[in-house]
Design a binder for this molecule. Structure first.
Ligand code: TTP
Ligand code: MG
Length: 365
């Protein structure tokens, strides 16, 4: 049992619609859709009250209104959803750095070794859902198992506001009984093809040889062969946090006056500011990159005592760097980078003692 992973898939319930119902109490308990009420509009999602009428994500507004004439349309507010998404992710990071967001409202977490030293992924999922509820007022569902494939399927089972664990000892039986249409990664077309081949459940899939599956599904055959056996080794790929954010500009005419350069640097600093904002980052180190007309590149850096993210503060430091030394010759490109961010991940070192505990409790899910 050593080497077994503990993976959680978290998925917010009717995400955009729940946010709108949270912020507009008069919409609670009502059939609402987030999207534009226009001939060409498409819904992003719908509240559970609307889903009873068959209204759902990616449906055209026209069809949705036919199915549910009293449907209330709410225009989307992506800035708000992104902010809440950040809040949820911040909760995930208190448990593990191995977080792989799939979209604004769902993510995989590998909690095999977690920051709280909690051996039970089931309890962690419960804690996370409670924390999400407390901090955002919204509900989430979770799936817990030994790999991403199973965790993803599991999070749908007790949705909304529920969770489901498929512990290692139940994996075989669970997959055997699973309709292939529920398999993550099996779309409508593949599903129909499987049905035609007499493959309706995981058990049917497992009964087919690798040769048979590759003959009918090409390279993906191997994948189906593996997942029918509960094997999905794909790691939780942590969202890579950039080490620096930058912007640069090449000039149509080489510049030799610092005054002209400063004008361009304002725009470049603004672009850097935007990137920092988008990533919710601030940095301590500012670097000015100068490419001369002979294509030689020079960089000048300064590290500050405080984290900065605004155009003005970036520009102050850039000015200092620009005047720090005389320019050798005319300049064809200028760039600004900000690095040394305020989010540097804490390295996860597992003390020896804790490792032992993990091994003992390996079966605890
Ligand atoms: P989902 O998790 O697929 O849907 P959901 O959270 O609304 O509902 P469920 O309770 O079944 O999880 O997607 C998350 C958000 O992403 C959703 O609220 C709106 C947005 N979205 C789109 O904009 N277009 C789409 O086609 C889908 C599926 C989702
Ligand atoms: Mg969701």
């Amino acid at each position: 049992m050593l080497g077994l992973r503990k993976i959680i898939h978290i998925d917010m319930d009717a995400f955009y619609a729940s946010v709108e119902q949270r912020d507009h109490p008069e919409l609670r308990g009502k059939a609402i859709a987030v999207g534009w009420d226009s001939d060409r509009g498409v819904l992003t999602t719908a509240s559970y009250e609307a889903r009873k009428y068959g209204v759902g994500s990616a449906m055209s507004s026209v069809i949705a209104k036919k199915k549910c004439p009293h449907l209330i349309f709410i225009p989307p507010n992506f800035e708000k959803y992104r902010k809440i998404s950040q809040e949820i992710r911040a909760i995930f990071y208190t448990y593990t750095n191995l977080v792989e967001p799939l979209s604004l409202d769902e993510a995989f977490l590998d909690v095999t070794h977690n920051k709280k030293g909690n051996p039970s992924a089931t309890l962690i999922a419960k804690e996370i859902r409670e924390a999400i509820k407390k901090e955002t007022g919204l509900t989430a569902s979770a799936g817990i198992s030994i790999n991403k494939f199973l965790a993803k399927i599991a999070s749908d089972i007790n949705k909304p506001n529920g969770q489901k664990t498929i512990p290692p000892e139940n994996v075989g039986a669970f997959i055997d009984g699973l309709d292939v249409k529920k398999f993550f990664g099996v779309g409508k077309v593949t599903c129909q093809k499987m049905y035609r081949l007499g493959i309706f459940t995981g058990k049917d899939l497992k009964s087919k040889s690798l040769g048979f599956l590759t003959q009918h599904f090409g390279k993906t055959g191997q994948h189906y062969y593996d997942i029918a056996r509960g094997m999905d080794m794909s790691p939780v790929k942590a969202h890579r946090i950039p080490k620096s954010l930058s912007a640069e500009s090449t000039f149509s005419k080489n510049l030799s006056s610092e005054v002209y350069m400063l004008k361009h640097l304002q725009d470049i600093a603004e672009a850097v500011q935007k990137r920092l904002q988008k990533n919710h980052l601030a940095g301590k180190t500012v670097t000015l990159k100068i490419k001369y007309s002979d294509f030689n590149i020079q960089t000048r850096s300064k590290t500050l005592t405080d984290y900065i993210a605004s155009k003005e503060l970036i520009l102050d430091t850039v000015k200092e760097l620009l005047y720090q030394e005389r320019l050798r010759e005319s300049v064809r490109l200028l760039g600004i980078a900000v690095s040394n961010f305020n989010n540097q991940e804490v390295k996860e070192e597992l003390p020896e003692k804790k490792k032992e505990i993990y091994m003992q409790l390996e079966l605890e899910f």
